[in-house]
Design a protein around this ligand. Structure first.
Ligand SMILES: Nc1ncnc2c1ncn2[C@@H]1O[C@H](COP(=O)(O)OP(=O)(O)OP(=O)(O)O)[C@@H](O)[C@H]1O
Length: 314
C-alpha cells in the first residue's frame, strides 16, 4: 500500500481530569516492529486502544493503513489484528472452536474457516490441545491462542499489548520468534511492553512514552548511543589498590564508582580516548589493573536516564 501504515499527529486523550495522551506524533512506514515503552500509566494502552478503534481520541488524528480511526473504524478493523490484555477468547470453546468462530465472523465459508484454523493451530504449536476447552490451557498456550486469534484475518497491522507478561523464558522466546517471523513477512507489529529486553530483541523502532508524551524515539541502537554510555569496570588485587585507583581517577575529573567489597572500580566512558586515559593515569602511579571489561549501554540505561529526567526529553 501507498503511504505510512500508521500515522499519528497531535494525538491527545483525556479521561475526566486525567491526561493519558498529550500531543503524540509518530509515523511507521512499512513492515517491522514498533515497540512502545513507558512507565505505568504512561499512555501505552490508550495509544493502542485508539489505533485499534477501541477508544476515541480527544484531539489529533490517527490513520492506520491510510484509514482514519475515527471516520473509518470499520476499514481499520478489517486490516488490523488485536491481541493482549483485554481480548476475548471464549474459554468454553477449544482453540479450534475459537479460531473457526472468528474466521466465520470475518466472513469465511465453513471449509475456509476450518482450513485457516488448522493452519494457525499448526503455526502456534497448539495441535495437542486444539480440541479441548481454552480454560484448561496454560498461560503460554493461552497467549499463543490469543495471538493466533488476532491473526485469523491475516492483518496488515498487529497490535500486541504486553504480549509476554507472565510467560516463562521459553514461552517468551517462542512468542518472540513468531512475532519476528510475522514482521519479516511484512506484517507491521505495534507492541507495548514493560520488558526492555523484549524491545531490544524485537523492535526496529522504539517510542518511549512519558506522562502521555513521546520522550524518545529511534532504533534501539540510536537510543543507546544517544543516552546510554559505555562503562569500564576494572578489578584490582586488593581493597587498598582499588581505593587508590578510584582516588586517582576521581582526581583526574572522571566519575569512578568504587565497589569496596568486590575490589572493583567502574567509570563511564564519555569519549573515545577515555579508556586509554584511565589506563595511562593508573599506569603512571604503577597501579596494576587485574581484569578490565567494557560494557555497552543497554536499553535499561536509556530508560533509567529518562526516568532521571522526570520523563522529559533529555
Ligand atoms: N478508562 C479510564 N478512565 C480514567 N482514566 C483512565 C482510563 N484509562 C486510562 N486512564 C488513565 O490514563 C493514564 C494512561 O493509562 P494507560 O493504561 O494508557 O497507561 P499504560 O502506559 O498502558 O500503563 P500500564 O503500563 O500501567 O498498563 C493513566 O493515568 C490511567 O489511570
Amino acid at each position: 500500500m501507498e503511504g505510512p501504515r500508521i500515522e499519528v499527529i497531535g494525538l491527545g486523550k483525556s479521561y475526566a481530569g486525567v491526561t493519558a495522551l498529550d500531543g503524540v506524533n509518530l509515523r511507521l512506514g512499512g513492515g517491522g516492529v514498533l515497540a512502545v515503552l513507558g512507565h505505568n500509566g504512561a499512555g501505552k494502552t490508550t495509544l493502542l486502544d485508539i489505533l485499534s478503534t477501541r477508544t476515541l481520541p480527544s484531539t489529533g488524528t490517527a490513520t492506520v493503513c491510510g484509514y482514519d480511526v475515527v471516520r473509518k473504524p470499520r476499514s481499520v478493523r478489517r486490516r488490523v489484528g488485536v491481541t493482549g490484555q483485554s481480548v476475548a477468547v471464549d474459554d468454553t470453546l477449544s482453540a479450534r472452536g475459537n479460531l473457526v468462530l472468528i474466521a466465520r465472523l470475518l466472513g469465511a465459508r465453513p471449509a475456509a474457516a476450518r482450513a485457516r484454523a488448522g493452519e494457525l493451530i499448526d503455526t502456534f504449536d497448539l495441535a495437542d490441545a486444539a480440541d479441548r476447552p481454552a480454560r484448561t490451557y496454560s498461560g503460554g498456550m493461552r497467549r499463543r491462542l490469543d495471538l493466533a486469534a488476532g491473526l485469523v484475518g491475516d492483518p496488515d497491522v498487529l497490535f500486541l499489548d504486553e504480549p509476554t507478561t507472565g510467560l516463562d523464558p521459553v514461552s517468551r522466546n517462542g512468542l518472540w520468534e513468531i512475532v519476528g517471523r510475522l514482521a519479516e513477512n511484512g506484517t507491521t507489529v505495534l507492541l507495548s511492553t514493560q520488558y526492555l529486553e523484549e524491545a531490544d530483541r524485537l523492535a526496529d523502532e522504539i517510542v518511549v512514552l512519558g506522562m502521555g508524551r513521546v520522550v524518545a524515539s529511534g532504533t534501539p541502537d540510536q537510543l543507546k548511543a544517544g543516552i546510554g554510555r559505555r562503562t569500564v569496570t576494572m578489578s584490582f588485587a586488593d581493597a587498598d589498590t582499588a581505593r587508590d585507583a578510584a582516588f586517582v581517577l576521581n582526581n583526574s575529573g572522571m566519575e569512578p564508582l568504587h565497589d569496596q567489597a568486590n575490589r572493583t572500580v567502574t567509570a563511564p566512558l564519555h569519549a573515545a580516548g577515555d579508556l586509554a586515559d584511565f589506563i595511562r593515569s593508573l599506569d603512571r602511579l604503577e597501579i596494576g589493573i587485574g581484569e578490565l571489561t567494557v560494557a555497552e549501554p543497554t536499553l535499561d540505561d536509556v530508560y533509567l536516564a529518562l526516568h532521571r529526567t522526570g520523563w522529559r526529553t533529555p
